[in-house]
Design a binder for this molecule. Structure first.
Ligand code: MNH
Length: 499
């Protein structure tokens, strides 16, 4: 345990010293020993285990206060005392996201305007409109997995979930198609986005300054930003060249609607920022959530069997699930929630004090001072989640158990007015896809695989592969050898021979 020192070296705020920091603090550079620049979240999670519900971590001159205690997180959720803070890592993303919804300061005019104009794109009615498009994108995924099944090969789960979620947000939100499933490698949009997210995350430890290398990085960054801007141009050009008067998607809301009260419209520049924001925020985290859920399903055969039994019962053996049938997969939703508990793919959010205040009676904050809620740590607070928070157990999300917990202990989508606008979109898409995969395949993981997580502001499993095996068609509806089963096998063949 770190021993609280009595005096603050910064002076003026001796109280800061009352919260612990890692033991091996190095002059000037800070708390960097044993720290890997690529995994700030997983390192902070380890520190939280040792240092408790609130600690400070110093990286160069910057002292970050990290919160993982449920009581403190509940305080920080009080919108009258705290508000979202656009911290450096998010600010760095303004190079591509500008004053789009995610990177905007709450006081910037385009935040409220954008929020109000885009809100109709996330209603229940909107989800019902997206549902058939989501289904069509999921069928592209299963066509690929049918080919794996036919060839007996394994799928790279995160890569395929990224193909799926990128096509889903692009097609539902913008009527735009990246063709991700038609290429073997990563789409250049995804590559440029991942590099941008990594650059924004920045090095958490100082690296030797190599001027040639930093020039190279600068050029790379400018090239990526230019490329991403070109993609946005293309999205807008397609819509303006082939106007779709019936379109009721995010793009038409941005281009053609006014604020319901003030009549204001989004500026052309802001629209560009919003498009990129939604293309990125709308797929990267959902892809991670799906990948983690599939990882936990493969690791827990009992959970997988129960989830599959639910799908078979609620959806039946064949046919397209309706919008409403997706919402009925209550157990599968709990699997998703439990995956997001252990690995919330947007692993934190930052809260700044609106006025001078004291957090938890221990940590005085000036107006503007901020703390980060580290959600993977909050989601493991033993005071809330019990003595074995690492255990994967979807029944933690049984309604009566959720009701028995205090508020603000499960925050994978952030908090308050700046919480995720795409929550229902993501949950519907992910539940739909998991249901389709469970109904269609046995999923075989590599028992030797050990979870490895890449960090780039978001969390994503890497190297996780699954071999899909077509299930025997469910007994009564389609006995083996029936037209149904033969038809299904037949569609797999051409794709299989290609792969
Ligand atoms: Mn999403 C904000 C997590 C899916 C669009 N999202 C947030 C925040 C979290 C978050 C956490 C709050 C960040 C902060 O306080 O700084 N989002 C997720 C997760 C998933 C997700 C874990 C999937 C799982 N998000 C989506 C999808 C979309 C989307 C899908 C769009 C279709 N998210 C956003 C936008 C914001 C946001 C836009 C910013 C909202 C605002 O500040 O007004």
């Amino acid at each position: 345990m770190a021993k609280p020192s009595l005096r603050s070296r910064r002076g003026g705020w001796p109280e800061l010293s009352r919260i612990p920091h890692p033991r091996r603090r190095v002059p000037v550079v800070g708390d960097v020993l044993g720290i890997d620049p690529g995994t700030p979240v997983q390192d902070s999670l380890r520190m939280a285990r040792e240092l408790g519900p609130i600690f400070r971590r110093k990286v160069f001159g910057l002292e970050i206060v990290v919160v993982s205690g449920a009581d403190l997180a509940a305080e920080l959720a009080d919108e009258s005392r705290f508000t979202k803070r656009v911290v450096l890592a998010v600010h760095n993303l303004r190079e591509i996201g500008g004053d789009g919804l995610f990177t905007a300061h709450s006081h910037e005019p385009h935040w409220q305007l954008g929020h109000d104009i885009l809100a109709p794109g996330f209603t229940r009615e909107a989800m019902e409109r997206y549902h058939p498009v989501m289904l069509a994108m999921a069928h592209r995924l299963t066509a690929g997995w049918d080919a794996h099944a036919a060839a007996g090969t394994a799928a790279d789960v995160s890569a395929d979930m990224t193909r799926l979620t990128l096509e889903t947000i692009a097609n539902t939100g913008f009527g735009y198609d990246f063709g991700s499933f038609d290429r073997t490698g990563q789409h250049p949009f995804v590559a440029a986005m991942v590099r941008a997210l990594r650059r924004a995350q920045g090095p958490t430890v100082p690296r030797p300054i190599d001027p040639e290398k930093s020039r190279r990085l600068g050029r790379r960054g400018a090239a990526d930003a230019a490329y991403l801007a070109a993609v946005v141009d293309e999205v807008v050009r397609e819509r303006t060249e082939r106007p779709d008067p019936g379109a009721q998607d995010l793009l038409s809301l941005m281009l053609h609607t006014r604020h319901p009260r003030t009549g204001e419209r989004l500026s052309p520049e802001n629209i560009r920022h919003q498009i990129l924001t939604f293309l990125v925020a709308g797929h990267e985290t959902t892809s991670g959530a799906l990948s983690f859920a599939l990882y936990y399903l493969a690791r827990h055969p009992g959970v997988m069997a129960r989830a599959r039994a639910e799908v078979d019962e609620v959806w039946g053996p064949a046919g397209e699930p309706s919008y409403r049938q997706v919402g009925k997969l209550r157990y599968l939703r709990r699997v998703l929630d439990e995956s997001l508990r252990l690995w919330p793919t947007a692993p934190g959010y930052t809260r700044a004090a609106r006025t001078d205040t004291v957090l938890g009676g221990v940590h005085p904050m000036r107006a503007g001072a901020w703390a980060i809620v580290l959600t993977p740590a909050l989601h493991r607070d033993p005071a809330v989640w019990g003595p074995d928070p690492e255990r994967f157990d979807p029944d933690r999300f049984l309604p009566e158990r959720v009701r028995a917990r205090p508020a603000h202990v499960f925050k994978p989508f952030g908090t308050g007015e700046r919480a995720c606008i795409g929550r229902q979109f993501a949950l519907h898409e992910a539940t739909l896809v998991l249901g389709l995969l469970l109904r269609r395949y046995e999923l075989r993981g590599d028992p030797g695989y050990r979870l490895e997580i890449a960090e780039r502001l978001t969390l994503m499993p890497t190297g996780f592969r699954l071999t899909p095996v077509r299930r025997r068609p469910a007994a009564p509806a389609a006995p083996p050898g029936s037209a149904d089963a033969a038809g299904a096998a037949g569609t797999a063949e051409p794709a299989g021979s290609a792969g």
